[in-house]
Design a protein around this ligand. Structure first.
Ligand code: FAD
Length: 406
């Protein structure tokens, strides 16, 4: 017999239950979109209930109310340029290396899957940099964290809010564990990205050795989705009208069921710090600085406050305090989960029949692609962005500074 751990539509597949079971009794059950939820195989279960206790859907850990908000970015131009927003995650990793701490981050593997790794060397930082807009596998990271903490090692962990909640349940309170949650609008089944890339590879007759969701060569703000083979880009799309994965992801058509009901898309946070793209900068009080490539950092606990101070004292980051309400009001993910839509339902139902991401996306996203194309060809800002994306980063910063001065 098979038993549920939590409401299956809420299961985020964080894997805390798998890591807590000593009897290999946790199984993965497929959803319509080829993602999965966790269940218990009763024939192997010894009723220890560990999996039930650790599940962040059954036990939401106590959440932090943010105390302060900052606009922040790395003082290192290369880090700033190559990161999704202000490069705060990378600066946190640099701090961890300096303090001989372990740190966890996500990198893409050869199978186009995003996996967590726990490391303590500088060489790994680069592959963690920038956002991978797909499901990330926690694998056995919980066990690894527990083992290191037992040895009194210190760990800095950056992850999505549901993953941080699961880790907190699994480990319990621990002075040596610093947790950073990212704002998150959702993650799709990992199968969609794999299929999409395979379709392009087949068309272009090339194999991708790198996939980027916000390629830094064209400014991460422009959200260029690129595929690269031996350092040469063979696929590059930025407009929401052009790429099926970009449309599906950024319009929230392709997330897993659990993401539309996310209980962590709210103002109270799971991490000691929260980092996000700064949305709404200058909307609540005057701000005259650069608004692009700026991270929002929420300080949620004393541990978080001390850590952010250290980065500032080390001159790793620039920080400007902002009214707390500014990011809280303007970042949708600090207020409610992404909304499901008719397109989502149509997409999932057709995908269940066809099992082909692009074939289904071509049908369901047809109108959105056309609308995006019309907007793209008639929008002057779009041309300006495309032109700016071609400029080297330093020159672009200079042009922006000049424009601001006028
Ligand atoms: C799936 C996802 C959804 C997001 N949604 C939003 C949003 O709706 N609004 C918003 O303001 N910001 C969102 N972000 C955060 C944003 O993309 C930036 O990560 C954030 O601004 C921090 O930027 P940075 O320059 O400091 O770090 P980055 O250069 O983005 O550093 C990357 C960090 O993100 C981690 N990471 C990358 N991909 C994943 C993944 N798939 N799962 C877990 N961790 C990952 C890396 O390990 C590293 O710690 C999202 C990020 C992800 C990964």
């Amino acid at each position: 017999m098979i038993k549920n751990i939590c409401d299956d539509s809420l299961c985020t597949a964080c894997g805390a239950c798998e890591n807590s079971c000593n009897f290999q009794a946790i199984i993965r059950t497929k959803r319509k979109d080829d993602s999965w939820y966790m269940q218990i195989d009763d024939t192997k279960c010894k009723n220890c209930n560990r999996c039930l206790k650790v599940c962040p859907n059954n036990h939401v850990p106590s959440l932090y109310s943010p105390q302060k908000a900052y606009a922040a970015w790395s003082t290192d131009k290369e880090i700033h340029k190559n990161s999704a927003s202000g490069g705060i995650a990378t600066e946190l990793y640099n701090y961890a290396v300096d303090k001989k701490m372990y740190f966890a981050g996500v990198s893409m593997d050869k199978n186009l899957e995003a996996h967590f790794e726990l490391v303590n060397n500088k060489n790994s930082i680069e592959k963690f940099q920038n956002s991978k807009y797909t499901f990330s596998y926690m694998d056995d990271i919980y066990l690894k964290c527990k083992e290191l903490l037992k040895k009194d090692e210190k760990i800095l962990f950056v992850g999505l809010p549901c993953q941080i909640a699961a880790l907190r349940n699994y480990i319990g309170e621990n002075e040596n564990l610093i947790l950073i949650d990212l704002a998150c609008h959702g993650t799709p089944s990992p199968e969609f990205l794999k299929q999409h890339v395979k379709t392009i590879e087949k068309k272009k007759n090339k194999i991708a050795d790198n996939v980027s969701f916000r390629n830094a060569r064209f400014n991460t703000n422009n959200f260029y989705f690129t595929l690269t083979h031996k350092n040469r880009i063979f696929y590059k799309k930025n407009s929401l009208s052009e790429d099926n994965y970009q449309i599906g992801y950024h319009k929230a058509f392709i997330y897993r069921d659990c993401c539309y009901q996310c209980r962590y898309a709210q103002r109270k946070r799971t991490g000691d710090l929260t980092i996000a793209d700064y949305h709404g900068l200058g909307k609540v009080s005057v701000y005259n600085g650069n608004k692009e490539s700026v991270s929002c950092v929420l300080v949620n606990s004393e541990k978080g406050k001390t850590l952010l101070n250290k980065l500032f004292e080390n001159e790793q980051i620039e920080v400007i305090e902002r009214p707390l309400l500014e990011p809280l009001q303007n970042e949708p993910q600090f207020n409610y989960p992404s909304k499901s839509s008719q397109e989502h339902d149509e997409f999932i139902n057709l995908y269940q029949k066809k099992e082909n991401f692009d074939l289904v996306a071509n049908v369901v996203f047809k109108q959105d692609k056309f609308k995006g194309w019309v907007l793209g060809t008639t929008n002057v800002v779009n041309y300006k962005n495309k032109f700016m994306a071609l400029l080297p980063w330093e020159l672009k910063q200079y042009v922006k500074k000049m424009l601001r001065r006028k």
